[in-house]
Structures are given as structure tokens and as C-alpha cells.
Design a protein. Sequence first.
Length: 178
Amino acid sequence: MSSPLTITLAKRTADVAAQLAAIGRQTFLETFAAENQPADMAAYLEANFSPEKQLAELQDADTVFLLARMNQQLVGYAKLRLHSRLGSHPDKVSEERLEIERLYVQEDWIGTGLGATMMRRALEEGRQSHCRAVVLGVWEKNVRALEFYRRFGFKVIGEHKFVLGTDVQNDLILRKGL
């Protein structure tokens, strides 16, 4: 008997791009709207979650999207970037890194274990790609996400700025060795 949950690599099609744009907008709003200004949220969503932007990201050879579907309904996704320099020292040769640029599940699925299942799959993608570490950026005010990443063994190694509309925010850079 097959599980109703599937996590698959995204196809690089316009249809998938439209689905990513929709779930990306939805999950970003669910996660951050309450703590940010509506105009900043609108500007960020417009710039980052159009179907055209998602199609361009899908077609990038260093980008991998994982799609989580429950009974064929898209309920979460992860955007992974190979050869990331996030958190690397500019003057040193860096280790091969996989960056988790996004990992989101719909609000109704938070706390069900879906995020953990997606994280384990993302870490496996890193291992299969011969990465020595996984890195990510997370808003310093996103306490729930910080605790989630710490449970997986991620440690803070730095910080960088994240621009949401006109608001310049501080993201922590986290790393986990593989």
C-alpha cells in the first residue's frame, strides 16, 4: 500500500512554476504577514513569487525543488541550491555546500512532521550531491524555525541582511555538517 504523502523532485515546467508561485505566496504570507508591513509583504511577493520568476528558478541547473504532496495536493516545498557560498569566508576555498533557500509547509501541516520529513529529504539531497555541509538563512525573529533547525543540529555561523520590501532585516546563517 502506498503512502498518501509523496516528496518528489519538481519538473521544470510552467505548470509546476504556477503551483510554486501559488504555494510560495501562500506559505510566505502565512509565516510572515503578522510581523511585517503589508506594503513590504506585497512588494516582496510580487518580486519573488510570480510564475515567471518561479520558472526561471526551476530552470537554473543549480536549483532543485522538492514538492510535498498529500493525496496529490501540494502542501509544502523546499528550494535547494547547490554550490552555495552562503556563510563562506570570501578569501578561503569553501567546502561544497547545499543551501536550503526555502522550506515551507502550509499552515495546516505545521506540527504534523511534514517539515521534518522534508528536511530529512533535503539533507539526503545534500549527501547525494557530495556536499560536506548544508547552510540556510533564517530571520532572527522566526523563533519556531530556529528551534526546528536546531533540532536538526544546525548551528549559527554568521548573519546577513534580508530585504523585505523596504525593510532591511537580519537573518542568521546556520550550518550543519554532513
